[in-house]
Design a protein around this ligand. Sequence first.
Ligand code: FAD
Length: 124
Amino acid sequence: MKLIDKRNFHLFQPLLYQVATGGLSPGDITYPICAVLNRHPNITVLQTDVHDLNIDTRTVILRDGDISFDTLVVATGVSHSYFENDSWIPNAPGLKTVEDALDIRRRIFLASEAAERETDLEKR
Ligand SMILES: Cc1cc2nc3c(=O)[nH]c(=O)nc-3n(C[C@H](O)[C@H](O)[C@H](O)COP(=O)(O)OP(=O)(O)OC[C@H]3O[C@@H](n4cnc5c(N)ncnc54)[C@H](O)[C@@H]3O)c2cc1C
Protein backbone atom coordinates (compact mmCIF):
# COMPACT_ATOMS: atom_id res chain seq x y z
CA MET A 1 0.00 0.00 0.00
CA LYS A 2 1.26 3.49 -0.83
CA LEU A 3 0.36 6.76 0.86
CA ILE A 4 1.18 9.83 -1.24
CA ASP A 5 1.29 13.30 0.32
CA LYS A 6 2.98 16.49 -0.82
CA ARG A 7 3.76 17.23 2.84
CA ASN A 8 5.84 14.94 5.04
CA PHE A 9 3.73 15.63 8.12
CA HIS A 10 0.22 15.14 9.40
CA LEU A 11 -1.42 18.40 10.51
CA PHE A 12 -4.02 18.45 13.30
CA GLN A 13 -6.10 21.28 11.85
CA PRO A 14 -8.44 21.84 14.86
CA LEU A 15 -5.51 23.38 16.78
CA LEU A 16 -4.53 25.82 14.01
CA TYR A 17 -6.37 28.56 15.93
CA GLN A 18 -4.00 28.10 18.87
CA VAL A 19 -0.95 28.42 16.56
CA ALA A 20 -2.50 31.52 14.95
CA THR A 21 -2.92 33.13 18.37
CA GLY A 22 0.50 32.13 19.74
CA GLY A 23 -0.65 29.51 22.27
CA LEU A 24 1.05 26.60 20.48
CA SER A 25 3.98 26.15 18.09
CA PRO A 26 3.59 24.49 14.67
CA GLY A 27 5.56 21.48 15.95
CA ASP A 28 2.89 20.88 18.61
CA ILE A 29 0.23 20.13 15.98
CA THR A 30 2.26 18.38 13.27
CA TYR A 31 3.75 14.91 13.24
CA PRO A 32 5.85 13.15 10.57
CA ILE A 33 3.68 10.81 8.51
CA CYS A 34 6.49 8.22 8.38
CA ALA A 35 6.66 8.18 12.19
CA VAL A 36 2.89 7.65 12.42
CA LEU A 37 3.02 4.70 10.02
CA ASN A 38 6.41 3.13 10.70
CA ARG A 39 4.83 0.20 12.57
CA HIS A 40 3.09 -0.83 9.33
CA PRO A 41 5.70 -2.40 7.03
CA ASN A 42 3.12 -2.87 4.26
CA ILE A 43 2.73 0.94 3.85
CA THR A 44 5.19 2.99 1.81
CA VAL A 45 5.01 6.77 2.24
CA LEU A 46 5.87 8.88 -0.83
CA GLN A 47 6.30 12.63 -0.50
CA THR A 48 5.34 14.16 -3.83
CA ASP A 49 2.62 16.18 -5.57
CA VAL A 50 -0.27 14.45 -7.33
CA HIS A 51 -0.95 16.35 -10.55
CA ASP A 52 -3.73 14.28 -12.09
CA LEU A 53 -5.48 10.93 -12.24
CA ASN A 54 -6.14 8.75 -15.25
CA ILE A 55 -9.05 6.54 -14.32
CA ASP A 56 -9.01 4.69 -17.68
CA THR A 57 -5.40 3.52 -17.26
CA ARG A 58 -5.68 3.42 -13.42
CA THR A 59 -2.71 5.75 -13.03
CA VAL A 60 -1.85 8.49 -10.55
CA ILE A 61 0.18 11.17 -12.31
CA LEU A 62 2.81 12.65 -10.01
CA ARG A 63 5.11 15.66 -10.29
CA ASP A 64 7.93 13.17 -10.79
CA GLY A 65 6.46 10.05 -12.40
CA ASP A 66 3.37 7.83 -12.51
CA ILE A 67 2.03 5.13 -10.20
CA SER A 68 -0.54 2.53 -11.17
CA PHE A 69 -3.26 1.43 -8.79
CA ASP A 70 -5.87 -1.28 -8.26
CA THR A 71 -7.81 0.64 -5.61
CA LEU A 72 -7.46 4.39 -5.06
CA VAL A 73 -8.61 6.53 -2.13
CA VAL A 74 -8.48 10.28 -2.78
CA ALA A 75 -8.49 12.46 0.35
CA THR A 76 -6.96 15.81 -0.55
CA GLY A 77 -8.71 17.93 2.09
CA VAL A 78 -10.55 21.15 1.35
CA SER A 79 -9.86 24.82 0.75
CA HIS A 80 -11.86 27.82 1.90
CA SER A 81 -14.33 29.80 -0.22
CA TYR A 82 -15.35 33.46 -0.14
CA PHE A 83 -18.56 32.74 -2.04
CA GLU A 84 -17.59 35.09 -4.87
CA ASN A 85 -16.63 37.87 -2.39
CA ASP A 86 -12.88 37.94 -3.05
CA SER A 87 -12.70 41.48 -1.64
CA TRP A 88 -12.88 39.81 1.80
CA ILE A 89 -9.53 38.03 1.26
CA PRO A 90 -7.20 40.73 2.72
CA ASN A 91 -9.26 41.05 5.92
CA ALA A 92 -10.40 37.44 6.38
CA PRO A 93 -7.46 35.15 5.58
CA GLY A 94 -8.00 31.40 5.37
CA LEU A 95 -6.85 29.06 8.15
CA LYS A 96 -6.17 25.64 6.68
CA THR A 97 -2.38 25.31 6.75
CA VAL A 98 0.54 25.97 9.09
CA GLU A 99 1.56 28.80 6.76
CA ASP A 100 -1.91 30.38 7.12
CA ALA A 101 -1.65 30.15 10.93
CA LEU A 102 1.83 31.72 11.01
CA ASP A 103 0.71 34.55 8.74
CA ILE A 104 -2.28 35.33 11.02
CA ARG A 105 -0.01 35.12 14.09
CA ARG A 106 2.44 37.56 12.49
CA ARG A 107 -0.38 39.99 11.68
CA ILE A 108 -1.84 39.82 15.22
CA PHE A 109 1.55 40.30 16.90
CA LEU A 110 2.55 43.19 14.60
CA ALA A 111 -0.83 44.90 15.18
CA SER A 112 -0.36 44.55 18.96
CA GLU A 113 3.15 46.00 18.72
CA ALA A 114 1.92 48.91 16.61
CA ALA A 115 -0.90 49.58 19.11
CA GLU A 116 1.64 49.55 21.96
CA ARG A 117 3.57 52.40 20.34
CA GLU A 118 0.51 54.36 19.18
CA THR A 119 -0.10 57.47 21.29
CA ASP A 120 -3.30 58.52 19.51
CA LEU A 121 -5.94 56.71 21.59
CA GLU A 122 -8.49 56.83 18.78
CA LYS A 123 -6.10 55.05 16.35
CA ARG A 124 -4.95 52.66 19.08
C1 FAD B 1 -9.16 25.61 11.76
C2 FAD B 1 -9.87 24.28 11.67
C3 FAD B 1 -10.52 23.74 12.79
C4 FAD B 1 -11.17 22.51 12.71
N1 FAD B 1 -11.79 22.01 13.82
C5 FAD B 1 -12.39 20.80 13.77
C6 FAD B 1 -13.02 20.24 14.92
O1 FAD B 1 -13.04 20.82 16.00
N2 FAD B 1 -13.61 19.02 14.80
C7 FAD B 1 -13.62 18.33 13.61
O2 FAD B 1 -14.16 17.22 13.56
N3 FAD B 1 -13.02 18.83 12.51
C8 FAD B 1 -12.42 20.04 12.56
N4 FAD B 1 -11.84 20.56 11.43
C9 FAD B 1 -11.92 19.80 10.18
C10 FAD B 1 -10.88 18.69 10.10
O3 FAD B 1 -9.60 19.15 10.52
C11 FAD B 1 -10.82 18.27 8.64
O4 FAD B 1 -12.11 17.87 8.25
C12 FAD B 1 -9.87 17.12 8.45
O5 FAD B 1 -8.54 17.53 8.73
C13 FAD B 1 -9.95 16.67 7.02
O6 FAD B 1 -9.08 15.57 6.88
P1 FAD B 1 -8.66 15.11 5.46
O7 FAD B 1 -7.76 13.93 5.64
O8 FAD B 1 -9.87 14.97 4.60
O9 FAD B 1 -7.85 16.35 4.84
P2 FAD B 1 -6.46 16.97 5.32
O10 FAD B 1 -6.19 16.73 6.76
O11 FAD B 1 -6.47 18.38 4.81
O12 FAD B 1 -5.40 16.10 4.50
C14 FAD B 1 -5.30 16.23 3.09
C15 FAD B 1 -3.88 15.84 2.72
O13 FAD B 1 -3.79 15.80 1.30
C16 FAD B 1 -2.55 16.33 0.92
N5 FAD B 1 -2.68 16.81 -0.45
C17 FAD B 1 -3.59 17.72 -0.92
N6 FAD B 1 -3.43 17.89 -2.24
C18 FAD B 1 -2.40 17.08 -2.62
C19 FAD B 1 -1.76 16.82 -3.87
N7 FAD B 1 -2.14 17.42 -5.02
N8 FAD B 1 -0.73 15.94 -3.90
C20 FAD B 1 -0.32 15.31 -2.75
N9 FAD B 1 -0.89 15.52 -1.54
C21 FAD B 1 -1.92 16.39 -1.48
C22 FAD B 1 -2.29 17.46 1.91
O14 FAD B 1 -0.89 17.73 2.01
C23 FAD B 1 -2.85 16.87 3.20
O15 FAD B 1 -1.85 16.22 3.99
C24 FAD B 1 -11.17 21.79 11.49
C25 FAD B 1 -10.50 22.31 10.37
C26 FAD B 1 -9.87 23.54 10.45
C27 FAD B 1 -9.16 24.09 9.23
